[in-house]
Design a protein around this ligand. Sequence first.
Ligand code: HEC
Length: 141
Amino acid sequence: MKGAELKLRIGRFRMHRRLLIFAVIILASCGVFGYLPLMTQPVRAQQPETSPYVGDEEAIKEAEDLYIQICSHCHGMKGEGGIGTSLNDSRWVKVSTDKAIFGVIARGRKNTTMTPYLEALGEDMIWKMVVFMRKLQEGGA
Ligand code: HEC
């Protein structure tokens, strides 16, 4: 009798343990898959087509200061290039939409030293930087 009771208990314990493991796996995969969309699409879905800071001199100055601090050692003080591509004569920048330039700064370029800046700068700052990129193009920086 005692032996049977013990077996039953062990059996229950095993079942509970299995359920527990199952639950942990489910929760863990929810976590991973829940984050997947964030990892593959780090930028918000509703993006403006053009920077909201066009013509905002204060915002452009702010972006310029930041550019000198964190971008110029690769792209040059006036966007003339160096380790990074030149930005003041980049045809890509010239023909690209604000949204596309935003995308490069936010997500970087894979397998190059151009790393993503979304986390470090945030969306607003990148939109300001986009307008500054245009100013570099005009040689006005
Ligand atoms: C460590 C060096 C490095 C730093 C720092 C860096 N970049 Fe870059 N950047 C690059 C390289 C290299 C490329 C070219 C990547 C490629 O081959 O497509 C690039 C490409 C770009 C482009 C696309 C230009 C084009 O014509 O294709 C833009 C725009 C740009 N960077 C902006 C920035 C801004 C803004 C910052 C600062 C927030 C920054 N970069 C910081 C190295 C850097």
